[in-house]
Design a binder for this molecule. Structure first.
Ligand code: ADP
Length: 600
């Protein structure tokens, strides 16, 4: 039970108890008084009746007089059952129904006697030691029997035992009634208090739950009184808080998903060096997890010594910083780091915002581009220098010797052809890389197609006495760009012929197969194998790079540009396929091209 309810109930009970008690006391008292007054009046009337029936005898003989009064007293006692005492004006007892007057002391000092002497009637309540009871004494002065003046006093005595008993009963009933009333009052008070305090208790517990961020709670709104008003206000407050909280949460999740889906790593550092935010990309780029970082100091990022230094610099001198760092954990990467000092709100000290971007691929591409340009210039320089050199030699006299002139002009022709091929390949590669000309897919009858390729190269193969062998299943169709696929096979087969000594063999095999990694897909595998010189293991990973050649001189002599395989690789990828190589030096190589049967 709540304290408030207890207090309220107590107050009600106390108030009701006091009023009921006061009323009871008042009632009891007045009842007692009225009762005694009525009794007295009654006794006075009886005294008058008694006096009228047997008036005080005026006699000279005191003994006779006393005897007479004594007899009267006893008679009356028998009739009315009350003690009667006849007292002379001087206080001497002349007759008594219960005692012998001779043995009784003077009664002049008794209160009722005094009062009677003063005003004609008197009364008094005293405790009788003989009877062990409270007695009511009522006395009146009486005249003599012959119309003479005041002769004596008649006194009636009555035990108050019965009266008191009935009074006691009355008190008992009163107390019991009071008690009952009190109990009922207590119950009613409790209920009243309950009806007042219950809504308040509900609201208190609701407010407590709201303090614990449970804003879904509502209290019964009740009537139109102040308590109902308060309940409505509380509900409205909870509703508004709930709305605001959900908005805050929504904003939070929105922000979180923005941060998590960013391609940059974001790290926020408070002015004291504590990390306050660490997004998913930061986890990826810097290696440690959110749990390892947030709440800790940035100095605990031990794997990235340089980064820690940069952050320290940013904290000491809050100006924007931009730096590129190579990190080796969790793997080697080139990271672009932007440090922005930021003020969070109001008077909070500025912190740092770190935006981390992986620029490894971009830088590698840039490097490759510039390397390519350098390579192109270098590759072009050689034939140009040759053409220029031989032309100059011719002009400065060699022209006159027809033999020399012829051989020089042949070289010039070869070199310009080479130059032409080189430029053609470079243009082709740049066209493929920039995807300027999209592929035109169409169904290709592979056996027919491979037969045509073989025919185109047959003369070249025959020159080196190389056998060209094609194996395919009849009716094998493939969806591809015919010209591009031709380019691929031409390059592979030409390489086969080029890098295979005389009398060797170049074999082309085509077959259909089904992938079983994840979803099933029908693919075509075209293998171009030769019995040539092979490729050293260390060169295999680089074989598809532009201008990469295992043996420059050999490639040159065979008219290669070093671009063939990189064109092949690009084209295979444009067909959503792959190309790989397996080779053993001195035994031969096989290039394995795998393309989807149908283009997605
Ligand atoms: P190239 O014009 O020099 O042939 P490619 O890009 O076609 O250029 O080939 C790159 C290099 O790969 C070649 O210079 C050669 O060293 C090696 N190579 C390619 N095909 C074969 C093969 N069938 N056998 C041995 N080496 C090969």
């Amino acid at each position: 039970m709540s304290k408030f309810r207890l207090k309220l109930t107590g107050l009600f009970v106390l108030l009701i108890g006091f009023s009921v008690l006061a009323a009871g006391l008042l009632m009891g008292n007045s009842y007692q008084k009225n009762h005694q007054a009525a009794l007295r009046d009654h006794m006075i009337r009886e005294l008058h009746v008694l006096n009228a029936a047997a008036p005080w005898p005026v006699m000279d003989n005191e003994a006779n007089q006393s005897e007479y009064l004594q007899t009267q007293a006893k008679r009356f006692k028998e009739i009315a059952g009350m003690r009667v005492t006849y007292i002379r004006l001087d206080g001497k007892v002349m007759g008594d129904s219960d005692h012998d007057p001779a043995t009784m002391d003077n009664h002049l000092g008794r209160t009722e006697v005094q009062e009677a002497l003063d005003s004609g009637t008197g009364s008094s309540i005293r405790h009788s030691d003989t009877l062990q009871q409270n007695m009511l004494y009522v006395a009146i002065t009486v005249n003599g029997d012959k119309g003479s003046d005041k002769q004596g006093i008649i006194r009636l005595a009555m035990s108050l035992g019965d009266v008191e008993r009935s009074l006691n009963n009355m008190w008992l009933a009163l107390i019991f009634g009071l008690f009952l009333l009190f109990a009922i009052a207590a119950i009613i008070s409790y209920r009243v208090a309950l009806s007042v305090t219950r809504p308040l208790e509900r609201m208190t517990s609701a407010a407590k739950r709201m303090a614990n961020m449970d804003y879904a709670i509502r209290v019964p709104e009740g009537g139109r009184d102040e308590v109902g008003e308060l309940a409505r206000a509380l509900n409205a407050m909870a509703g508004s808080l709930q709305e605001q909280l959900s908005e805050i949460r929504q904003n939070g999740t929105r922000l979180q998903s923005v941060l998590d889906n960013m391609t940059s790593g974001v790290v926020m550092i408070a002015h004291d060096g504590r990390i306050t935010l660490y997004n998913r990309q930061a986890e990826l780029l810097l290696g440690s997890t959110l749990r390892e970082r947030v709440g800790r100091s940035y100095t605990e990022i031990r794997q990235h010594f340089e980064l820690v230094g940069l952050i320290r610099e940013g904290l000491e001198n809050p100006v924007p910083l931009h730096e590129e760092l190579t990190v080796y954990y969790p793997e080697e990467r080139l990271l672009e780091i932007n440090i922005v000092p930021m003020r969070l709100s109001g008077d909070e000290e500025p912190g740092l915002l770190l935006v981390v971007q992986d620029v490894t691929a971009i830088r590698r591409l840039e490097r490759m581009r510039s390397e390519f340009v350098a390579n192109v210039s270098h590759e072009l320089k050689t034939p140009v220098a040759a053409v220029k050199g031989f032309a100059e030699t011719l002009l400065s006299g060699a022209m006159n010797d027809p033999e020399t002139a012829r051989s020089f002009l042949t070289i010039i022709q070869d070199e310009s052809e080479r130059l032409n091929r080189l430029i053609g390949d470079i243009l082709e590669l740049s066209k493929i890389e920039s995807r300027r000309s999209p592929l035109q897919f169409s169904p290709i009858d592979l056996p027919m197609f491979l037969a045509r390729m073989t025919e185109l190269l047959s003369a070249e193969a025959a020159k080196k006495e190389i056998v060209l062998d094609v194996q395919t299943e009849e009716g094998l169709f493939l969806e591809a760009d015919e010209d591009r696929l031709g380019q691929i096979l031409m390059n592979l087969m030409q390489n086969g012929i080029n890098y295979t000594p005389e009398g060797g063999k170049v074999k082309v095999r085509a077959e259909i197969f089904t992938t079983n990694d994840g979803e099933e897909e029908e693919m075509v595998r075209i293998t171009v194998s030769d019995t040539g010189i092979g490729i050293p293991k260390k060169d295999i990973p680089r074989i598809f790079e532009r201008f990469y050649r295992v043996d420059k001189a050999r490639s040159r002599s065979s008219g290669g540009t070093g671009l063939g395989l990189s064109i092949v690789k690009h084209l295979a990828e444009l067909h959503h396929g792959t190309i790989r190589v397996e080779s053993t030096v001195g035994v031969g190589s096989q290039f394995i091209l795998e393309l989807p049967l149908l283009q997605p």
